[in-house]
Design a binder for this molecule. Structure first.
Ligand code: ADP
Ligand code: ADP
Ligand code: ZN
Length: 218
C-alpha cells in the first residue's frame, strides 16, 4: 500500500504518520527528515537543500524526486510506503505516479488533512522536533515527558529554525501556490480522503485509520 499523508506545513502529517505506521507496518518516508539528516551530516545534498529550507521554498523537483526514488527502491518499501512531505508539486506527483506505474503500482490513498492557515501559525510556534528521529511535539498540546528530551529515542528536542513565524508564512504561501493543486490531481483519480485536521490528535487519528481501512479492506 502506497499512501500519501498530505496537508499544509504543520497540519499534523508527522504526528499522524507515527500512528499509521504503528497500525500498518510500512516505512514512513519523510523528505523533510531526509534533508535535515543530510544537513546534520554535512552531505552535498544537505548543503544544496539548506538555502531552500531556510527560505521556506521548495527544494528543486529533480533533486527531491531522485532522493525519493532511491528510497523507494530499498527492500523495505516493496510492500508499500507512507509518503510524508512528498509529493509537494505537480511535477513531483507526476514523477511519483510514473515511477510507480512502471512497477505496476499506484498511490492507493491520499489522506488530506484539512487545517486552516490561522491554526497552522499558532501550532508552529509551539512545535518542537527531535534532532535525531524527527518525532514532533507541541509545548502545550503534546509535550515530551521530560522537557527537551525525545520520548521515542532520548535525543534532544528543539525548535526548528524554519518554524519561525515569517518562514511559516512563506511556507504556507508555497503550499497554496505549488503543493495544494496536487489534491485535485489525486481527487480526479478517486483516491483522496479529506480528514478534518482540527481537533484532538486521537480523534483525528481515528478518522485517518478509518480512511485507510476503507481504502485497503483486509
Ligand atoms: P506536519 O508534519 O504536517 O508539519 P506536525 O505533525 O509536526 O505537522 O504537527 C505540527 C505541530 O502541531 C506539532 O507541534 C504537533 O505536536 C502539533 N499538532 C499536531 N496535531 C495537532 C492537533 N490535532 N491539534 C493541535 N496540535 C497538533
Ligand atoms: P513540514 O513538516 O513543516 O511540512 P517538512 O519537514 O516536510 O516540513 O519540510 C521542510 C522543508 O524541506 C520544506 O520547507 C522544503 O524546503 C523542504 N522539502 C521537504 N520536502 C520537500 C519536497 N517534497 N519538495 C521540495 N522541498 C521539500
Ligand atoms: Zn527522537
Amino acid at each position: 500500500m502506497f499512501v500519501i499523508i498530505f496537508g499544509p506545513p504543520g497540519a499534523g502529517k508527522g504526528t499522524q504518520a507515527a500512528r499509521i505506521v504503528q497500525a500498518h507496518p510500512i516505512p514512513q518516508v519523510a523528505t523533510g527528515d531526509i534533508f535535515r539528516k543530510n544537513l546534520r551530516e554535512g552531505t552535498a545534498l544537505g548543503i544544496e537543500s539548506k538555502g531552500y529550507m531556510e527560505a521556506g521554498k521548495l527544494v528543486p523537483d529533480e533533486l527531491v524526486s531522485k532522493i525519493v526514488a532511491d528510497r523507494l527502491q530499498q527492500d523495505d518499501c516493496v510492500a508499500g510506503a507512507l509518503l510524508d512531505g512528498f509529493p509537494r508539486s505537480l511535477p513531483q506527483a507526476c514523477f511519483l505516479d510514473a515511477w510507480l506505474a512502471e512497477r505496476g503500482m499506484a498511490i492507493g490513498l491520499v489522506v488530506h488533512l484539512v487545517v486552516p492557515d490561522s491554526v497552522i501559525v499558532e501550532r508552529m510556534g509551539g512545535r518542537r522536533t527531535c534532532t535525531n528521529c524527527g518525532a514532533t511535539y507541541h509545548v502545550s498540546v503534546s509535550p515530551t515527558k521530560v522537557q527537551g528530551i525525545c520520548d521515542r529515542c532520548g535525543s534532544q528536542v528543539i525548535q526548528r529554525p524554519d518554524d519561525n513565524e515569517a518562514t511559516v508564512l512563506t511556507r504556507l504561501a508555497t503550499y497554496h501556490e505549488q503543493t495544494s493543486p496536487i489534491v485535485e490531481h489525486y481527487r480526479a483519480l478517486g483516491v483522496v480522503a479529506d480528514v478534518e485536521g482540527v481537533g484532538s490528535i486521537d480523534r483525528i487519528g481515528d478518522h485517518v485509520i478509518e480512511a485507510i481501512t476503507k481504502a485497503f479492506p483486509v
